[in-house]
Design a protein around this ligand. Structure first.
Ligand SMILES: Cc1cc2nc3c(=O)[nH]c(=O)nc-3n(C[C@H](O)[C@H](O)[C@H](O)COP(=O)(O)OP(=O)(O)OC[C@H]3O[C@@H](n4cnc5c(N)ncnc54)[C@H](O)[C@@H]3O)c2cc1C
Length: 433
């Protein structure tokens, strides 16, 4: 068991952070010059830069470029210990968490476990649809995409071939829009050169959204521009369309339409990734409910930040959006508040989100940016999108590699990272061989 007290420094408090996402690492970094003993726990040994997952899935970037090992991020931070394990339960009465490798005690606990894909209870969809929330899932999608093409090359029946070359992306938020754009570029720039036996027009990329517009969290201007850009790339956009059923072969929509398709990418829902053990008042709508100081309701020493935190107020009746800047700003604020708590001060600062704007990209040269004072799209927006994403990546090496890959892709019109390193299990190629 990892104990919360340290014999040599009895007053040293033990802070346990569960989750090394945007919120968790920001918090841990900002507490490096304190007397706290910090344990950062994550089920993976690396931080994932989720906004670029879709580029790994479409062969534009390597997986290593968007992940960064925690032990390298925190190399030199003497008050932090990293523990790779899965947290399974919280026992606040005895101030300990139960992990897959044993219990860990804490003085302060911060839950920064992010979010996971929400299938809204549809088990069949969960079994057959492809999510895009983690690096292994992005690699699954990349393998599946490439395997479908290898299989289609061997099929003579055009109807059957088309089923393997239909890619339906469900969810018209930034992830869905960006993924559909990347697939359309694959169709445009890769298929005609690398799959000579196929006609590129046989590949269909369809984006399906239940709402009457795309990019719901952004302005109408951004939503309309995204449709225009996607149409220019040849993506078939369907609004007001709801998936009712998918069994891995056939999609049934609520309006009665049916579509045969082997790959359905699900980016239509996320929910907080909570952990069992706290009282019923602490979790609502799959997020830990917190007060304005990010303290979990009903708890004294437990806090939540990022996607998993639901700070509900009159201004934000549904809680803050599940985006990286919220997680980072909450990490920053909580660091200041924890420093005060350690000193026995009670003048904690409440959390106020500074919304700096949002953006999404739709293939090369096209993006949309919403700032409070200016909404714009096109090439300039695309440059802004690229610059900000490069700057937000963790680690100089990753920034350099991503920059080089982007330049290579831009000038060669290539998607060079297309190895099927491990086959996707449910893929038809496995069934066929
Ligand atoms: C495909 C995609 C694209 C996105 N694009 C954008 C974008 O363009 N702009 C933007 O602002 N936001 C974007 N987001 C959202 C953004 O990535 C999240 O809001 C952000 O990552 C939330 O940070 P977090 O710290 O709350 O959690 P996360 O970054 O999700 O990190 C949570 C961490 O907790 C760990 N964890 C979870 N449960 C446990 C457990 N039980 N035990 C141990 N470890 C655990 C996970 O391994 C993970 O490392 C995107 C998300 C996705 C999936």
């Amino acid at each position: 068991m990892i104990q919360s007290t340290n014999n040599s420094k009895e007053i040293q408090k033990h802070l346990v952070i569960v989750g090394g996402g945007f919120g968790g690492i920001e918090l841990a970094k900002r507490l490096r010059k304190t007397n706290l003993r910090i344990t950062l726990i994550d089920r993976n040994n690396y931080h994932t830069f989720q906004p670029l997952l879709y580029q790994v899935a479409s062969g534009g970037l390597g997986a290593d470029s968007i992940g960064y090992p925690f032990r390298m991020i925190f190399r030199g931070q003497k008050n932090l210990n990293f523990l790779m394990t899965e947290v399974q339960e919280i026992d606040s009465a005895s101030k300990q968490i139960l992990t897959s490798t044993g219990p860990v005690t804490y003085d302060f606990l911060v839950l920064a476990t992010g979010s996971t894909t929400n299938y809204f209870g549809n088990k069949l969809l969960e079994k057959h649809a492809m999510p895009l929330k983690s690096i292994p899932e992005a690699l699954n999608l990349r393998s599946d995409l490439l395997q479908e093409f290898e299989l289609a090359m061997r099929i003579d029946d055009p109807k059957l071939r088309q089923q393997h070359l239909s890619f339906v992306v469900v969810g018209g938020g930034p992830t869905g829009v960006e993924t559909a754009g990347a697939l359309a570029e694959f169709k445009k720039f890769v298929v005609p050169h690398d799959y000579p036996g196929l006609n590129a027009s046989e590949m269909e990329v369809r984006l399906v959204e239940a709402a009457p517009r795309l990019l719901n969290g952004m302005s109408e201007h951004a939503g309309n521009k995204a449709i225009k850009y996607l149409n220019e790339l040849g993506v078939n956009v369907s609004l007001n369309k709801i998936v009712k059923h998918y069994d891995g072969e056939l999609i049934q929509f609520e309006d009665g339409e049916e579509l045969k398709c082997k790959t359905l990418i699900w980016s239509a829902g996320v929910r907080g990734q909570t952990i069992e053990g706290l009282g019923p008042e602490s979790v609502e709508r799959s997020r830990f409910q917190t007060d304005e100081y990010l303290r979990v309701k009903g708890e004294e020493d437990i806090f939540a930040i990022g996607d998993v935190a639901g700070l509900i107020s009159a201004e934000n009746p549904k809680g803050h959006p599940m985006v990286a800047p919220v997680a980072v700003q909450q990490g920053e604020l909580l660091a200041r508040n924890i420093k005060k708590l350690v000193l026995g001060k009670n003048n904690l600062e409440p959390f106020k989100y500074k919304d700096m704007g949002s953006m999404a990209t739709v293939g090369r040269n096209r993006a949309v940016v919403d700032l409070s004072f200016w909404k714009f799209g096109g090439f300039l927006a695309w440059l802004v999108w690229m610059f900000l994403h490069l700057m937000l990546l963790v680690g100089f090496r990753n920034r350099l590699v991503v920059f080089i890959d982007w330049m290579w892709n831009y000038f060669s019109y290539e998607r060079a990272l297309r190895l099927i390193v491990r086959k996707y299990e449910e893929s038809p190629i496995d069934k066929a061989t």
